[in-house]
Write a protein that binds this ligand. Structure first.
Ligand SMILES: [Zn+2]
Ligand SMILES: [Zn+2]
Length: 259
């Protein structure tokens, strides 16, 4: 399983993109930096996009992707829970802000919405996909992706603390986790459903108690203006837990070792 981080931040700029992960060139999770991170031809290789929740930084490139694919007669499957699909159809692909690519062309719509249900493993392309609720906005789901070689990744999506229930359902070799702000923003993080290095530390302790190991960890969704501080505080967590946490960046490539 090859993973490329197309976007590793919560804010877009000349050097940062919003969160999006690409697995083996064909499966994407979240559409933050999905089009700005891929060439036109690479976009046309996409088969599937999994969406974690409806916040703009995670769905924003769906219309741009659809426009590109429509010129090529291609379509893409977009998996989401019902309220997320509704938000995209109401606010983006609504025929006013942008065309209803989920209805056109009538014979083979460019966007093929598919339902994902929490806790129900689903075979998608070459993978087994499991959506697991996390603590963020309304229903937000993280995704566990397993391939047929036994390689497993879990992407938490945006999430605040309280992941013990979530940890019961996933045993990844690679954990891609929200690390939006440094420790002095803890109140903000708790209120808005995000993690600081200190909050992540507590969640990782629970994970290790439950599972007896810690996966390889990549942090994403950093606020670019606070990243230096986040990195310094993550280094303290690394020392205390005797594990590794890598701060993700745009175009970072990873391969998962078999567990
Ligand atoms: Zn969010
Ligand atoms: Zn976000």
């Amino acid at each position: 399983m090859n993973i490329r981080i197309l976007g590793a931040h919560n804010v877009e700029s000349k050097v940062t993109r919003c969160v999006s992960l690409l697995i083996d060139d064909t499966l994407a999770i979240d559409a933050g930096g999905l089009t700005s991170g891929l060439s036109i031809s690479a976009q046309r290789k996409l088969k599937t996009v999994l969406i974690t929740h409806q916040h703009y930084d995670h769905i924003r490139d769906i219309p741009a992707l659809a426009l590109n694919l429509s010129f090529n007669g291609k379509s893409v499957a977009v998996y989401a829970i019902p309220n997320v699909r509704k938000a995209i159809e109401t606010h983006l692909l609504n025929g006013t802000l942008y065309p209803k690519f989920q209805e056109s062309p009538a014979t083979k719509p460019t966007i093929n919405f598919k339902l994902i249900e929490p806790y129900k493993p689903q075979a998608i392309d070459f993978y087994k996909v499991l959506a697991i609720p996390v603590n963020h906005y309304d229903t937000t789901v993280g995704y566990q992706i397993s391939d047929n070689e036994g390689k497993v990744i879990f992407y938490t999506a945006d999430t605040g603390p309280g992941l013990l229930d979530c940890w019961q359902h996933t045993s990844p070799q690679l954990l891609v986790v929200d690390l939006t702000v440094p420790n002095r923003y803890e109140e903000f993080a708790r209120k808005t459903g995000h993690l600081t290095p200190a909050l992540l530390y507590e969640e990782l302790i629970k994970f290790r108690e439950l599972k007896g190991y810690l996966p390889k960890i990549i942090a994403v969704h950093m606020n670019p203006s606070l990243e230096k501080e986040i990195k310094e505080e993550a280094a303290i967590v690394v020392k205390t837990l005797n594990t590794s946490i890598t701060i993700g960046h745009e175009d970072m490539q990873l391969t998962i070792e078999r567990g």
